[in-house]
Unconditional design. Structure first.
Length: 481
């Protein structure tokens, strides 16, 4: 328990609030007791006997998160006692000093992303949280396509984190800017945190989970309190040009439902479902040859490995830590490519007709689709999910299970963990979507860079659970055709 209770007289109320804390919770007692996890306490300031205490929380379980400030005067203790009370509270609230208070942040706002509310959302909901947490903000608004790339390319390396008020498009630009930085590895070591104001917001869903993935205040809390988590990124190599991809590459129906619905952005997220149904009616096979350098093909083994990593029974994640210091001694050049386009040794060609391919990392590619349920943040592997061209009814039957990743267990859904893969188009087709950006469907190859990039995370792992392994009795429902 805290050394003593503080009585806070708030102007409008006659009865003072009684504040106390344990190692894990702040207790706010008035007529009843509100318990706030210390992780959600972000700031406490006092001047003589006046106190301002800030936390991010929910009024009701189903409400989005919001900033609450308790402001008043403290009558029952002296200023120096109050000082010590605050300093212990904040020490505990910032994980015993493991999380730096008052982070120095570069904030990049895309006023043009999603429904174009990024700047307003930042000003109204996010900035007050960052200020209450005494963060230092260096704010810039993007003025054009490619601006985030330019900013990232020459970013100073001494920020504690870069905050992107955007969707996945600006994240893609930022990582590619890092790749062209004078010191790429050091640039990738600066943690990114996203305030989800785009359309799909896949990275935010993966970091914060389905419940909080679109909650901008939960995302702001992660900016203040998140710990650095290393994540794999990929090199997408096409016509000799190397592009960094942080999330996914989509082909066939999976590309059509994203890029093919770009003109329907006004719809918001439902455009992806519209694109899926339209693609299903057309039911065109994806004319590619897919080959991969596989590490694991057995879904049961992947599921077991995932569970072991989650329970930390085996050490498969690079340890989560406070933001790593930049070092002059580390190798600062971008890792070289390991595989040439002509490399054949250990490569397998998939010899079955394909409806669509998704390859990438992070469970969700959108709110309706957990494409990679067993992906791990930094195992150095890319997950390749292939929907074989079975039948319309089979693919349609899988759709309702999409948000929970249930298609993973379907026999016609092939799942491969690999170091690299390669695609050769068999006839001219439209496009491949790389993190949702358009690329022509010409021959390309993708390989992983283990733990190259860094994001802020509340958990130290992707916030999603894979669908349970089917039992003998439930297995049949995955077999419909
Ligand atoms: N000032 C601007 N005017 C026009 N376009 C911009 C501007 N700033 C950034 N952009 C472009 O906006 C694109 C989309 O941005 P962002 O990722 O924020 O949202 P989104 O694409 O709607 O979301 P998602 O990627 O999640 O679908 C980026 O490709 C970026 O280059």
């Amino acid at each position: 328990m805290s050394p003593l209770d503080i009585e806070l007289r708030v102007a409008a109320s006659k009865k003072p609030l009684t504040l106390s804390y344990t190692d894990t919770e702040l207790n706010v007692k008035n007529n009843s007791v509100d318990r706030v996890p210390l992780r959600q306490v972000i700031g406490a300031l006092h001047k003589d006997r006046s106190l301002e205490l800030s936390f991010v929380g929910r009024r009701k379980k189903t409400d989005p998160m919001a900033l609450t400030k308790l402001v008043g005067t403290v009558d029952n203790v002296d200023a120096d006692v109050l000082d010590a009370w605050i300093s212990t509270l904040l020490h505990l609230a910032y994980e015993g000093g493991r999380v730096k208070r008052g982070r120095r942040l570069k904030v990049i706002i895309n006023p043009h992303g999603g429904t174009r509310k990024g700047a307003t959302i930042f000003n109204k909901s996010v900035e007050p949280i960052l200020r209450a947490a005494e963060c230092t903000l260096d704010i810039i608004h993007t003025e054009r396509m490619g601006h985030a790339y330019e900013i990232a390319k020459s970013i100073a390396l001494d920020y504690d984190a870069i905050v992107l008020v955007s969707g996945d498009g600006v994240i893609h630009e930022t990582f590619n800017g890092f790749a062209h930085h004078e010191q790429p590895v050091n640039a990738f070591n600066i943690p990114l945190a996203v305030i989800p104001t785009g359309t799909g917001n896949g990275l935010s869903l993966n970091i914060l989970g389905m419940a909080d993935g679109f909650d901008v205040c939960a995302a702001a809390l992660n900016v203040v309190k998140g710990l650095a988590m290393k994540v794999d990124v990929f090199s997408f190599v096409q016509n000799g040009k190397r592009t960094i991809s942080f999330m996914s590459q989509a082909l066939g129906l999976a590309a059509d439902l994203d890029i093919g619905t770009d003109h329907l952005r006004w719809m918001g997220e439902p455009r992806f479902m519209y694109g899926f149904l339209r693609g299903l009616i057309q039911f065109k096979a994806c004319p590619i040859q897919l080959s991969y350098k596989a590490v694991e093909l057995d879904k049961n083994k992947m599921f077991d490995d995932f569970q072991q990593c989650r329970t930390k029974a085996v050490d498969c994640n690079v340890a989560q830590s406070e933001i790593p210091p930049q070092s002059a001694n580390v190798e600062t050049a971008l890792p070289p490519l390991k595989y040439s386009m002509t490399d054949e040794e250990g490569w397998t060609v998939l010899d079955e007709p394909i409806l669509y391919v998704y390859a990438g990392t992070g469970p969700y590619v959108g709110r309706d689709l957990m494409t990679f349920p067993v992906s791990l943040p930094n195992d150095g592997l890319i997950d390749i999910a292939v929907q074989l061209a079975s039948s319309r009814s089979d693919v349609l039957a899988a759709a309702p299970g999409g948000p929970k990743g249930e298609h993973f267990w379907r026999p016609n859904f092939k799942y491969i963990k690999a170091y690299a893969y390669r695609v050769k188009p068999l006839e001219p087709h439209k496009s491949v979507a790389v993190d949702g950006e358009f690329f022509p469907l010409e021959e390309f190859q993708v390989e992983t860079h283990q733990a190259l990039a860094t994001v802020l995370s509340p958990h130290g792992y992707y916030a999603a659970e894979p669908p349970p392994r089917p039992s003998e009795t439930t297995k049949n429902r995955y077999n419909s055709r």
